[in-house]
Design a protein around this ligand. Structure first.
Ligand SMILES: [Zn+2]
Length: 463
């Protein structure tokens, strides 16, 4: 641990992180936060004028009474809000773009590693202390982050997307015959699975390559080449085979599912995390509750501006798909308000670090404008922690404490924000523009402190 602190101190200096506190301390190090109001990730009511003691990488005490801890480093939160680090449930840190065909034609290990490194650092400095990768990342990025050699959040990779020929994980060239070796396959970014046997083989290979859960592409997409968004890929037996393999590892399956038929089939097969889930309604909410399942949705999909982006507007087939999709998915927000389900935060950005930084900020903004600050904060913290915990005891790399909450025994993944995000949500670093937004700062000014695993990565609160 000492060595990690030393490495991080060097990295922090090299990056010029202002006010970063990375002092070497005798084990276990203690940090006492005073003069903060605590949002614990679950309850709307803040714990006013609280004190939070961190010991090592865990939260030791949360108290409204003063704590006397000789030897602890004291940080005055100046009346700001102390809350759990944000959790992203659906990112793609290893898909640099500029497009899927370009990556199939020319992406190398180096392109992925450099992009992943930059994305990981960007996510951490935006306040995300945990990120689940929804396809394309194997074990290496997590190893680099967890060993302290690069900066980044806790990381839950899914390894290769699993999907059928012609489905949403098929990035092969147009004339490429079925089963032919692809660049995406060699890099284990995506694998073609067309049978129960394929699902067994490539599902197990994903865990071997460092996946903490499996990702299955059940529905299609709007801007992708071969697949209608309405696609119902995979027989119930194939999806059950994915669930069976995940269960062998004590873990779960996340499924890219749009239509109601797809979502119901997935839930009945034992899928625990519905991705996108645009056709969400009250029947689905009921079934999710019965099955103990979660949904994560990129709310940018409901943005009317989507019909104006060049990849949609200039391709008649994509524009037609986008229009029919928006008509079908129009009920999502109202249904979620009427029949709330366990919903996690989901950005789903593929592309440059600068563009993803903007998209994350806009996704935060849409959460607040559709569902208000409290539901948004819960989605960004404790629900994400529950999803991470489904990884189970064998594959979860982070088993010392809970994620996404401020409570005794939880991981010390902590932010301090200026002001109260329940009153002014913008302090979380949201942005109300997407395509025509200005570039965003490396880290929002209103996020004054970022701690992950008991280590401080940013601190602009004066000593
Ligand atoms: Zn995705």
């Amino acid at each position: 641990m000492k060595r990690l602190h030393a490495i991080l101190a060097v990295v922090g200096l090299a990056l010029g992180l202002s006010g970063t506190v990375l002092a070497e301390q005798t084990e276990p190090s203690q940090t006492l936060f005073i003069n903060v109001n605590v949002f614990d990730g679950v309850n709307e009511k803040l714990i006013r004028n609280a004190n939070v003691l961190v010991e090592g990488n865990l939260i030791k005490t949360v108290s409204a009474k003063p704590l006397n801890v000789p030897g602890a480093a004291v940080i005055d939160g100046k009346g700001g809000t102390l809350m759990p680090g944000f959790i992203e449930n659906h990112a793609h840190l290893m898909l640099p773009g500029p497009s899927l065909p370009a990556m199939e034609a020319g992406a190398t290990w180096e392109d992925l590693a450099i992009h992943g490194t930059q994305m990981a650092e960007m996510y951490l400095m935006q306040g995300f202390t945990t990120v689940r990768d929804a396809g394309g990342a194997n074990a290496g990025l997590r190893r680099a982050i967890d060993s302290g050699s690069i900066l980044g959040p806790r990381f839950y990779p899914s390894a290769a997307f699993l999907g059928t020929r012609g489905g949403h994980a098929d990035f092969a060239n147009y004339t490429s015959p079925p089963g032919e070796d692809t660049n995406f396959g060699r890099l284990n970014l995506a694998q073609e699975v067309d049978s129960v046997a394929d699902m067994h083989k490539f599902g197990r290979n994903n865990f071997r390559m460092g996946a903490t859960q499996l990702k299955y592409m059940q529905s299609g997409g709007v801007v992708s080449a071969f697949d209608p968004w309405q696609l119902l890929a995979g027989s119930p037996e194939e999806i059950e085979a994915a669930v069976q393999v995940a269960n062998e590892y004590g873990s779960y399956v996340m499924a890219h599912s749009y239509r109601k038929e797809a979502i119901i089939t997935a839930l009945e097969a034992g899928v625990k995390s519905i991705e996108h889930g645009f056709a969400f309604d009250c029947d689905i909410a009921e079934l999710m509750k019965e099955k103990g399942a979660y949904i994560t949705t990129n709310l940018t999909a409901f943005d009317p501006g989507l019909l104006d982006i060049p990849a949609v507007k200039n391709v008649p087939a994509s524009l037609a798909k986008a229009k029919s999709a928006s008509a079908t998915f129009a009920g999502y927000v109202d249904n979620m308000k009427r029949c709330p389900a366990k919903r996690g935060f989901h950005t789903d950005c593929v592309g440059s670090v600068a563009a993803c930084n903007i998209q994350i900020a806009y996704e935060k903004h849409l959460n607040n404008s559709f569902f208000g600050p409290y539901a948004s904060l819960v989605a960004m913290t404790s629900v994400g922690g529950e999803i991470a915990a489904m990884t189970g005891d064998f594959m979860n790399p982070y088993l010392d404490g809970k994620l996404g909450v401020i409570e005794e025994g939880a991981y010390a993944d902590i932010l301090i924000l200026d002001g109260n995000p329940l009153e002014d949500f913008s302090v979380v670093g949201s942005g109300d523009k997407w395509f025509d937004a200005e570039p965003r700062p490396d880290s929002p000014e209103t996020i004054r402190l970022i701690m992950k695993d008991g280590v401080i990565y940013k601190n602009t609160l004066a000593p």
